[in-house]
Design a protein around this ligand. Structure first.
Ligand SMILES: NC(=O)c1ccc[n+]([C@@H]2O[C@H](COP(=O)([O-])OP(=O)(O)OC[C@H]3O[C@@H](n4cnc5c(N)ncnc54)[C@H](O)[C@@H]3O)[C@@H](O)[C@H]2O)c1
Length: 271
């Protein structure tokens, strides 16, 4: 039974590996015996991320990488394939909001910065599409592979303020479904594409919106908790099991789903 859920011996490329959720996922997969290849955005994140993965297990590597740069992704993909002989899993975690693409209560939509709208779409949508574009070619050639993208609650219903981020994550969900069908139809049932839609977890990018400096809830997070039947934020480790399931043989007939991990937020009207 446990064998079905195992990711031991699988080569798992994970972007955003120096981030809050990506770091937790990368350490979890390494601790489960996967060979994790962490992609990090900044040079100074490389050695720290590598050390944290080495402490967990497997045979990890870490690359500096801009997920919006297809050429650099191609070079990394080829190096990973050369060193491990295969790639089993791609998890696209890099992403986040861009402040200027928000519309705050005291602003009009037309005050939003268009360059930041473009930036948030680039980071979240292209930053998911480009790694899929590069690694799906490897998956098609080897005849197997599994992609896991990260969407958001902002993709389900409109969340106030986050205009650009919501549009980008809705794009990630739609693209996940499209790519799942495209790859299964053309390359068979061993290539799967799914996404997780995390509810509200405290990360670097949303800490200020969700917690006051003294740790108390902000006006916005009081509303978030009221719409979350479990009445709490997610713990960082609570994405790990869902991610492992979708990347394991236990999910061999699961493709094209966007799985909420949200304490019930997406299924509750709030009433
Ligand atoms: N924290 C939450 O509650 C929450 C909820 C829903 C979705 N998400 C999504 O989960 C993912 C991770 O969020 P997090 O909270 O861990 O945030 P985070 O800021 O801790 O992690 C994001 C990581 O992406 C990296 N990154 C940014 N730009 C990059 C680029 N161009 N190339 C490569 N890497 C880049 C950053 O260096 C960072 O390590 C994001 O896609 C986010 O949108 C988070």
């Amino acid at each position: 039974m446990n064998e079905m859920f195992s990711v031991a011996g699988k080569v798992a490329v994970i972007s955003g590996a120096a981030g809050v959720l990506g770091g937790s996922l990368a350490r979890h997969f390494a601790s489960q015996g996967a060979d994790v290849v962490g992609l990090v955005h900044r040079t100074e994140q490389v050695s720290e991320t590598l050390e944290s993965l080495q402490a967990c297990g497997g045979n990890p590597q870490v690359y500096e990488c801009n997920v919006m740069d297809a050429e650099s992704l191609k070079a990394i993909a080829s190096s990973v394939k050369d060193s491990y002989g295969k790639v089993d899993i791609l998890i696209n975690v890099a992403g986040g909001n861009v402040k200027g693409a928000n519309v705050m209560p005291d602003q009009n939509f037309w005050d939003m910065k268009l360059e930041d709208w473009t930036k948030v779409l680039d980071l979240n949508l292209n930053g998911t599409v480009y790694p899929c574009y590069v690694f799906s070619e490897i998956f098609a050639a080897q005849g197997f592979g599994c992609i896991l993208n990260i969407s958001s609650m902002a993709a389900y219903d409109a969340l106030t303020r986050v205009a650009g981020y919501g549009a980008a994550k809705e794009g990630v969900s739609n693209f996940t479904r499209w790519l799942s069908a495209e790859l299964a139809i053309k390359y068979g049932d061993k290539i799967r594409v799914n996404a997780l839609a995390p509810g509200f977890f405290i990360g670097k990018q949303n800490r200020a919106a969700l917690l006051n400096e003294d740790g108390s809830l902000t006006e916005r997070s009081v509303k978030v908790i009221a719409k979350t039947p479990m009445r709490r934020f997610g713990d960082l480790t609570e994405l790990n099991g869902a991610a492992q399931f979708l990347c394991s043989d236990a999910a061999s007939f699961v493709t094209g789903v966007v799985l909420p991990v949200d304490g019930g937020f997406s299924s509750f009207s709030g009433v």
